[in-house]
Ligand binder design. Structure first.
Ligand code: BGC
Length: 744
């Protein structure tokens, strides 16, 4: 018999129902800042929470903890679990290592904009190495939720609107976090989330209900999960909201029928925070015992709880027959198996000295800088204003409060960062040009506060503020005067990091506060302006897109963000990222995707509104660079294939510029007719290439049944159909170079 199985069997045979329930319970453990007690979303007694968790550990009442990142604390708590209880089952430590632990990488939407699976995998392997070094075994990432409505703040955590790109990014992240499989040294368990459909929250309002058709679910929202599971992800997290009327953590069809039975997922499922208890709130479960029974029967192995775990009532649920004992045992088995595979039984403690050394590894900062360079997207560059030539500049005015905000440079969903080593845009520019060029900074406008603060604002550095005695009128004038007297003005504008992420949905996409007004005043001085956008979602840039010569989307670029931005501005590297979403003109157009169907009167598709074009401001896949790319000779290696055959499309790409640059070559496919209307085009291949000045390269894309199949609402199944297929290849989703082939 498999030694892991016999070890698991032996342990289970010696466990009481309460001890089993304990293995299935995960608690937050944090010493919360003052003020947290007033946070209703947390629903806990702040003072008592750590003590409650520690006594649970001594009784075998918890199998996992989250939110502990100090290796000494991790060792102390681990000792409580192992030495305090007769079975001595070690804890699994989980945490949201979303885009880095100490070394902060660009936010996930930025990483997706690199269209570069290697960069993404390398980035998450650094995040995993730091996490594992401090004693974390498991990350609640990647978030692979498709996001098509930018009002939804969590768009920043995912890979954007497209299932094909989303699946590729999901796979790269799972590989980065986990390595070859559970138990790989220096790696952690990956937990794709939130299964499923969370990104389609009604009105973009976080946590609101989701109603998705079967076709959207299978063709758009599920593929990144499927890809992450196929890549070996060891965990999956549930979602908070109702999906088609069923709460995300009580949906047996999702966790048992789809995930395990259809996809063969062998890992364990964890609920989102308090989501099992919340089955009560939804009006789905009668009480906590019922909530626990429903979740475990549905296939939710572990409950993530702050306090009052529903799984604390599993013994009653087992006694009454509400919880299926076989389901409980299967869940315990999965959790224990993960612990054994991760080596937690064999080496439960961490080496605190080594942890310090790993966190300080300078190689990690290099990975973060490269990732930030590769994820920036150049949206406009009139008259080739960029790259700037530092030798020809006497002075640079750097404008905007975000230009020198370390905390905002890092973005949301980080807790263990080191502000001292964070490089802002201002720092980066200064370091790059040295004493040769005069660099002045003016904030220009006041920090904007949320109308409704978020629960994340209680964490020390998360809430932005103005310097003491800040006089906005005087500062506004000073910014404009600085710009007037400078050779170039670099304006940094966007959303403060607490305006994006969880519980950060917005009803507008405008630049918050007076940032647009400031930008307009700076542009009016006549000084050439570069706009750097700091964001995790598209913003309303209609005015800048017409009046500001250069616009570079830098996202929240992370620890080394400013250094990367300077390298991009001054041309040490060329921007090569591409948009992972359609960039609307205005909030009234959302949701807006490139892969819509033709529907009725497609000739009017750009004029569906009478007051604004129904075209995007920037299309999906768009991004400029310092190269110039031409596409030619698009061919397919056969004009017709059988239903199970593969066609290879080839294209020649040439960099006609006089410098090296990157391009993301994209292939789009369209099925002309069949038993459903198919999208006008869908991404089915991409490759990021670096071409020297004048270099040409032929890029091939296989188009097999996997690229052509889709879930058909009429057949209620996957189909591949005979049809004529259009192929387009180019540098964004409006590519015009085209050819066709037939599937017989
Ligand atoms: C979020 C999850 C996260 C969890 C733990 C929840 O509020 O929805 O994505 O992993 O908290 O921090």
């Amino acid at each position: 018999m498999d030694p892991i199985q016999s070890r698991v069997d032996d342990l289970i045979s010696r466990m009481t129902p309460a001890e089993k329930a304990g293995q299935l319970t995960q608690y937050f453990y944090f010493r919360l800042p003052a003020g947290a007690a007033d946070e209703p979303a947390l629903g806990l007694d702040v003072e008592k929470q750590p003590g409650m968790v520690e006594s649970a550990l001594a009784e075998g009442g918890a199998g996992s903890l989250l939110f502990v990142t100090d290796p000494a604390e991790i060792n102390r708590l681990q000792r409580l679990a192992i030495e305090g209880h007769r079975h001595g089952v070690p804890l699994l430590f989980g945490f949201d290592v979303i885009h880095g632990l100490r070394t902060i990488l660009p936010v996930p939407i930025a990483m997706a904009a690199s269209w570069d699976p290697e960069t993404i995998e390398r980035g998450q392997s650094v995040a995993a190495r730091e996490a594992r070094a401090v004693g974390i075994h498991w990350t609640f990432a990647p978030m692979v939720d498709i996001a098509r409505d930018p009002r939804w703040g969590r768009m920043v955590e995912g890979a954007g609107e497209d299932p094909y790109l989303g699946a590729a990014v999901a796979v790269a992240q799972v590989r980065g976090f986990q390595g070859a499989g559970l138990g790989t040294p220096d790696r952690v368990i990956a937990g794709p989330k939130h299964f499923a459909g969370y990104g389609a929250a009604l009105g973009g309002r976080d946590y609101d209900e989701v109603n998705l058709s079967d076709a959207e679910l299978w063709n758009v929202y599920l593929p990144p999960f499927r890809a992450a599971v196929d890549a070996g992800a060891g965990n999956v997290m549930t979602a908070y909201m109702d999906l088609n009327g069923i709460p995300g953590s009580g949906n047996r069809w999702l966790f048992t029928e789809v995930l395990r039975e259809t996809w063969g997922f062998g890992g364990f499922v964890v609920s989102d925070a308090n989501a099992v208890r919340n089955l009560l709130t939804h009006g789905f479960a009668a009480d906590l015992t019922d909530a626990g029974a429903r979740a475990v029967n549905a296939g939710v192995d572990m409950e993530m709880a702050i306090s009052d775990a529903a799984y604390g009532h599993l013994t009653e649920a087992l006694e009454s027959g509400a919880a299926d004992p076989a389901a409980v045992d299967a869940s315990v088995r999965r959790v224990l198996e993960a612990k054994i595979r991760m080596g937690v039984f064999d080496s439960p403690y961490v080496d605190e000295d080594r942890a310090r050394a790993v966190l300080a590894d300078p190689a990690h900062r290099d990975v973060a800088r490269t990732a930030a360079e590769r994820s920036a997207v150049l949206l406009r560059n009139e008259g080739d204003l960029l790259p700037l030539d530092a030798r020809r500049l006497g002075s640079i005015a750097v404008i905007g409060p975000l230009a020198d905000s370390k905390r905002d440079t890092l973005g949301p969903w980080v807790f263990d960062f080191d502000l001292d080593e964070t490089v802002t845009v201002l720092d980066g520019i200064r370091a790059h040009v040295g004493d040769r060029v005069r660099v002045d900074h003016a904030r220009g406008v006041r920090v904007v506060q949320r109308v409704f603060p978020s629960m994340f604002d209680m964490f020390g550095d998360n809430r932005p503020g103005d310097p003491e005695g800040f006089d906005e009128e005087a500062e506004f004038r000073r910014a404009v005067e600085l710009a007037r007297g400078a050779d170039v003005a670099v304006v940094v504008a966007g959303e403060w990091q607490n305006m994006i992420g969880e519980a950060a949905s917005r009803s507008s996409l405008e630049l918050p506060g007076r940032q647009l007004e400031l930008l307009q005043a700076v542009v009016e001085t006549g000084t050439p302006v570069v706009l750097l956008v700091m964001n995790g979602r598209p913003l309303d840039l209609r005015w800048p897109a017409e009046h500001v010569p250069a616009i570079l989307d830098i996202w929240y670029p992370g620890t080394q963000g400013g250094a990367a931005v300077a390298n991009l501005l001054f041309g040490a590297v060329s921007p090569g990222g591409k948009l992972p979403f359609t960039w609307p003109r205005t909030v009234g157009q959302v949701p807006m995707v490139y892969s819509h169907t033709r529907s009725h009167e497609p000739e009017n598709q750009t004029r569906r509104y009478w007051d604004e074009e129904s075209t995007p401001l920037f299309p999906f896949g768009f991004g400029l660079g310092y190269g110039r790319f031409s596409y030619a000779d698009l061919t397919v290696d056969r004009a017709s294939v059988a239903a199970d055959g593969t066609v290879t499309a080839s294209v020649r790409v040439t960099n006609t510029a006089d410098r090296e640059a990157d391009e993301v070559v994209q292939l789009y496919l369209h099925q002309r007719y069949g038993s459903a209307s198919r999208p006008v085009r869908e991404l089915k291949g991409f490759r990021r290439v670096t071409l020297a000045a004048g270099e040409s390269r032929t890029v091939d894309f296989p188009i097999g049944p996997g690229e052509r199949r889709y879930w058909n609402a009429a057949a209620r199944d996957w189909v591949t159909e005979p049809s004529t297929f259009d192929v387009w290849v180019g540098g964004d989703s409006t590519a015009e170079l085209t050819t066709t082939f037939e599937v017989a």
